[in-house]
Write a protein that binds this ligand. Structure first.
Ligand SMILES: [Zn+2]
Length: 435
């Protein structure tokens, strides 16, 4: 189902007109109400008069995560506090968190973004959406919650954690839609299969909306098979609102971006120039409707490309290819660029392995070490290391051919790798703690 056909299927030149109108308004507000953006635009020698259409967007300054931290907490807010009805913040493992504030209209726009994604999966009245994203400052829980309400579906706000109880409720309340991070979905699937109280045969799950961390096609296959669902990607970031900046349609050939709200560009992260259409680079967003905290040209660090062909589903909204990784997540090991998602992609090609892994990078005697902990599925695990060799060799070869460096692979006993309730942590780079 298409939630908002007028927008999602709008002719491209009409969309450009809408984007132009909204960009002009956003830039004017930023210039008049935000000291930060006025200063940045003054530095570039531009005023709102220089922005006559969406084609002028590349004249505007970029915004980085660093800028958002400098302006913590409310430096980028352009409305009085009386208009703000909610505040979210990213977890911020280092330093200050990234803050987003919302007016009533902002919450409404956000809910629509999520509703468009869930509608593509056929969610509506009569469905029970189990929201197993964390509720709280993290945008996942309340974002999915408000989107499902917008569709008239029933909410089951279980939040993340309490896994045993979650799966009991999932069965007893006949939840048929699941929303959470892909790593938590995997943990739920595992708990269902190991439980003697519930069984996947008695579950009613039909589809799931998974996001907040990059995931692979292999992970999709695992989740679809284990949970007997259709698994959709829902994309978002706190800086734009949260989940629901875009999502997959029923064709699952890319993630449609709601470009009437968030204008996407792809730039070369080195030169900061736009790349040719269809080329890979860093994804940049400009908010076109946000009232409380508009953002110009935010550098997401996500590496992907945009597809402008009309999708078979009928939507004209631009599609984003799978995210290769975050430039933040990229490690340079022995001079080679390595993304954790490449390891996941390799693992999920081999049915004997679980999709869990943990990478440890260190430097010993001036040489980088690259160790990967993996788990065999319990039925393939053997205490005797000799018996494990036939499994390690093909994985080793695959990683060497995909990534280009030789890893040390360690097989841990079943459940040896910590399971995540939110965003999974996959890497420990010990070199960061050395000179
Ligand atoms: Zn589509």
């Amino acid at each position: 189902m298409i939630f908002n056909p007028k927008i999602e299927c709008m002719e491209r030149d009409e969309m450009r007109k809408l984007q132009s109108e909204r960009l002009i308004k956003t830039v004017k507000t930023c210039y008049e109400k935000s000291k930060f953006y006025r200063r940045k635009m003054n530095e570039l020698g531009i005023t709102p008069d220089d922005i006559k259409s969406i084609d002028d967007i590349s004249k505007l300054p970029f915004t980085t995560k660093h800028d958002l931290r400098d302006e913590y907490p409310f430096g980028l807010q352009v409305v009085p506090p009386t208009e703000v009805v909610r505040i979210h913040a990213s977890s911020g493992t280092t330093g200050k968190p990234v803050v987003d504030t919302y007016t009533k209209n902002d919450l409404d726009m956000w809910a629509e973004g999520v509703a468009r994604v869930m509608a593509a999966g056929g969610v509506g009245p009569g469905d029970t959406v189990q929201v197993s994203y964390g509720y709280g400052l993290f945008t996942g829980g309340l974002g999915a919650h408000d989107g499902a309400i917008k569709l008239g579906a029933c909410q089951l706000p279980t939040s993340a954690g309490n896994t045993e109880k979650q799966i009991m409720l999932m069965q007893d309340f006949r939840s048929n839609v699941l929303a959470c991070t892909p790593s938590y979905a995997m943990r739920l699937a595992e708990a269902i299969h190991n439980s003697d109280k519930v069984s996947i045969e008695n579950m009613h799950l039909r589809c799931g909306f998974f996001g907040a961390e990059p995931w692979t096609e292999g992970m999709r296959r695992e989740l679809e098979e284990k949970l007997r669902i259709k698994a959709y990607d829902i994309y978002g970031l706190t800086e734009m609102c949260g989940p629901g900046v875009g999502g997959e349609c029923e064709c699952q050939n890319g993630t449609h971006l709601w470009e009437d709200m968030f204008y996407p560009e792809i730039i070369n992260p080195e030169t900061l120039e736009p790349v040719a259409p269809g080329e890979f680079g860093e994804l940049v967003f400009t908010s076109l409707c946000k009232e409380a905290m508009p953002i110009l040209r935010y550098r997401t660090r996500d590496l992907t490309r945009l597809i402008y062909d009309k999708c078979e589903c009928g939507r004209t909204a631009v599609r984003m290819d799978r995210i290769l990784g975050r430039s933040d997540d990229m490690m340079i090991v022995r001079g080679v660029n390595v993304f954790p998602s490449q390891i996941e992609a390799c693992l999920t090609e081999f049915p004997v392995f679980q999709p869990y892994y943990f990478i440890t990078v260190d430097r010993v005697n001036n040489e980088d070490t690259f160790d990967i902990d993996v788990e065999l599925k319990p039925e393939f695990f053997h205490e005797d290391p000799q018996q494990q060799m036939p499994h390690i060799k093909p994985l080793f070869d695959r990683i060497v051919s995909m990534v280009g460096i030789k890893p040390n692979i360690h097989i841990l006993p079943p459940y040896g790798i910590e399971r995540s309730m939110g965003k999974a942590k996959h890497v420990l780079d010990k070199r960061n703690f050395k000179d």
